[in-house]
Design a protein around this ligand. Structure first.
Ligand code: PCA
Length: 321
């Protein structure tokens, strides 16, 4: 006979509130960003679908753990659940850079198809690190922010460039820039103090950080659509009963789909806001675009070499879709 956990017994007895699991959920981005709003919507759904047995409180903006600490806090069980920008950890686990391959998947549909191809091996790698992915959600396409017009790498030499992972640091170096890794939560300050004077990101983060206060040009390269992942500590996940797991998964499936749609819906709106605040927003042009494509192809080849068979299998499965 299947054993009935104390928790489900108490749920059956209507005693859930006394026994609700209280989960703190650190996330790294502004409370008003759609990723954070979706995390709150997810928490509401989880309360609903688990009849209050799992009660999640979202702590956005790096207020509980800074972005760079969230993965470790989750792996070690300091917090049961959290959200992290995963390609930031591709230096430890190169497969996590699947969503950072320049110009491989530049539309939402392609990004989703690439995720479907990558999901299996990526989730396996994360399980080995004591993590279970509940949902993931893309940022809009990535482009470059500068404080001047840029037509080629002649214009980017020596610029201090805020990167968010090793791939973006490599990109910067190839363009003669000097990378410095900074979390989005610290970006406004880095631009204000001159620690950074350019960066790569979506219109979303430029909008959240009001970067028009410091920078003037955005080049819509649309190089890739990187993802955030909402994850649970695997030990804690394994300890949940089936009802709680099913409730969390249903909430996650719905939120993941809603978040992807929201990202797509907002992508151009962010550009409009940058323009409304005085920035020039345009496609990367001429030789700059060509240089980016050449660097991008090199980066994808290097990723394939580092990841090996699993990487090739992901790209093959993506190509077959
Ligand atoms: N915003 C995040 C990650 C990707 C994005 O669009 C950032 O810049 O940190």
């Amino acid at each position: 006979m299947k054993s009935v956990s104390t928790l489900s017994l108490l749920i059956a007895l209507g005693a859930t509130s006394a026994l609700a699991e209280k989960w703190d959920m650190p996330t790294a981005y502004s409370a008003s960003n759609y990723h954070s709003e979706m995390a709150v919507a997810f928490a509401d759904k989880v309360r609903d679908y688990t009849d209050g047995a799992v009660d999640i409180t979202v702590h956005p903006g790096g207020s509980l753990y800074g972005g760079a600490e969230i993965k470790r806090a989750l792996q070690t069980g300091q917090v049961p659940i959290g959200e992290r920008f995963m390609s930031a950890h591709a230096n430890e686990s190169p497969i996590l850079g699947w969503d950072n391959l320049p110009f491989v998947a530049t539309t939402y549909a392609d990004n989703e198809a690439l995720w479907q191809a990558a999901k299996g091996p990526v989730n396996e790698a994360l399980a080995e690190q004591n993590l279970v992915t509940l949902y993931s959600c893309p940022w809009p396409g990535q482009g470059f922010y500068f404080k001047k017009e840029v037509g080629s790498s002649d214009d980017t030499q020596g610029i201090k460039f805020r990167s968010y992972n090793t791939a973006t640091a490599t990109f910067a170096e190839q363009l003669g820039m000097i990378p410095v890794q900074i979390e989005a939560a610290e970006l406004s300050q880095a631009l204000a103090t001159g620690v950074a004077e350019a960066f790569i990101s979506s219109g979303s983060t430029g909008y959240d950080r009001k970067v028009w206060e410091h920078l003037s040009h955005y080049y819509k390269v649309n190089a890739w659509l990187p993802r955030n992942y909402v994850m649970v500590n695997k030990g804690i996940w394994d300890g949940l009963d089936d009802t709680a797991k099913a409730g969390l998964q249903k909430a996650a499936d719905e939120t993941g789909a809603a978040c992807l749609a929201k990202s797509e819906e907002l992508a151009n709106w962010y550009f409009e806001q940058l323009e409304a605040n005085g920035m020039t927003v345009e496609d990367a042009k001429g030789s700059f675009k060509e240089e980016l494509e050449t660097i991008g192809a090199k980066m994808t080849a290097e990723w394939l070499e580092t990841v090996g068979e699993d990487g090739q299998a992901i790209l093959d499965a993506f190509a077959a879709k």
